[in-house]
Design a protein around this ligand. Structure first.
Ligand code: KG4
Ligand code: ZN
Length: 341
């Protein structure tokens, strides 16, 4: 079964063809990083305009790379939400158009279901139930995954997502957008014990997260020490800032994995899944492996290209949703706050 997946929830225009939810026949991503970087974050209006420009060529390339005509597709899957409404709308409308013209079923996909499905593309079968930690720019959530396509929310962030915290701290220090990859790179070889940051523990919510306090602690530290942001992302970054972001990164990673470890000990899952844009983080990947070894549960992490936003994960999640009987009508609408049920 071949599914065309379409993803436009944020600032990547992406299309992919996936066979049987497991085999990637093509995977095309057009990123808008350079467009949003000067603003230190995604500008929604610019994002939707660029999606409109890019979506046609991106889908054509995905079909050409897969060596398929539209008639050979079995379904079209699209991210319905959550995300930026103007961005989502572009993917949803184009998916409807293709499905309608070629008489194919239209399958709505939740963006986070896509992230959770990403490691299945790389690893094939993953023993279930799994505990899935989804860490991205918009989400930081822990799910129980009893079977493919079923998700039980165990905990989530009360305020900022982990990726959002990376991006805000990077912006504060003039490190450019997206902040995660910059902080990841700058932390290498820096002293991650130079400043002590703690992440708040949450009462009555053992599996919940909170990162806004940490972000504020970084801000206070910057003010107290009189640290000036760097002039341009190309400028040399002083040691003091590299140590600071390394300490911030370590605090985020420690907080994320403490929850994952506690939930793993409590629930004894057969697998751990780490996914979403922040799962591209070098320290998080390495430390998650140590956590997995400590609790003696295998860890599944998608390769870098499938950790951040892509459409192959939407094609894979679309396959699972299709088998569950999920179909959308021609009235399908983008849902910026779509819950994962
Ligand atoms: O999943 P994703 O591509 O988009 C959303 O669904 O949000 O995640 C993007 C987020 C951004 O906040 C970005 O800074 C973060 O993932 N990110 C990273 C790294 N690569 C991307 N954070 C930390 N370290 C990285 N290497
Ligand atoms: Zn994402």
């Amino acid at each position: 079964m071949r599914i065309l997946g379409i993803e436009t929830s944020c600032d990547e225009t992406a299309a992919a063809v996936v066979e049987d939810g497991r085999r990637i026949l093509s995977n095309v991503i057009s990123t808008q990083t350079a467009i949003h970087s000067p603003y230190g974050g995604v500008v929604p209006e610019l994002a939707s305009r660029h999606h409109i420009e890019n979506i046609g060529p991106v889908i054509s390339k995905a079909m050409a790379d897969a060596g398929l005509g539209y008639a050979e597709l079995d379904a079209v899957a699209v991210t319905q939400g959550p995300g930026l409404v103007g961005s989502l709308l572009v993917g949803v409308q184009v998916a409807k158009g293709i499905a309608y013209v070629h008489g194919k079923p239209l399958v709505p996909v939740h963006h986070i279901a896509g992230h959770i499905q990403a490691p299945f593309l790389a690893h094939g079968e993953i023993p279930l139930p799994a505990l899935a930690l989804v860490v991205s720019g918009g989400h930081t959530s822990l799910f129980d995954v009893p079977e493919e396509g079923r998700y039980v929310l165990l905990g989530r962030t009360r305020d900022d997502a982990a990726g959002e915290a990376f991006d805000k701290v990077a912006k504060l220090l003039g490190l450019g957008y997206p902040g995660g990859p910059a902080i990841d790179r700058l932390s290498k070889g820096a002293d991650d014990r130079a400043v002590e940051f703690r992440v708040a523990r949450i009462k009555n919510g053992a599996s919940d997260f909170s990162f806004s306090g940490l972000k504020t602690a970084v801000l206070y530290h910057v003010r107290r020490e009189g640290i000036a942001p760097i002039e341009s992302p190309e400028a040399e970054v002083p040691r003091q800032i590299r140590d600071l972001v390394a300490c911030f990164q370590r605090a985020v990673v420690t907080a994320l994995l403490a929850r994952l470890k506690a939930a793993a000990i409590e629930r004894r899952p057969r697998s751990l899944i780490l996914t979403g844009g922040v799962a591209a983080n070098t320290l998080l990947r390495a430390e998650a492996l140590r956590t997995a070894e400590a609790v003696d549960v295998p860890l599944f992490v998608p390769p870098l290209a499938l950790s951040t936003d892509n459409a192959a994960m939407i094609g894979a999640a679309g396959f699972v949703a299709f088998r569950q009987g999920r179909r959308a009508g021609w009235d399908l609408n983008a849902e910026p706050n779509l819950p994962l049920t």
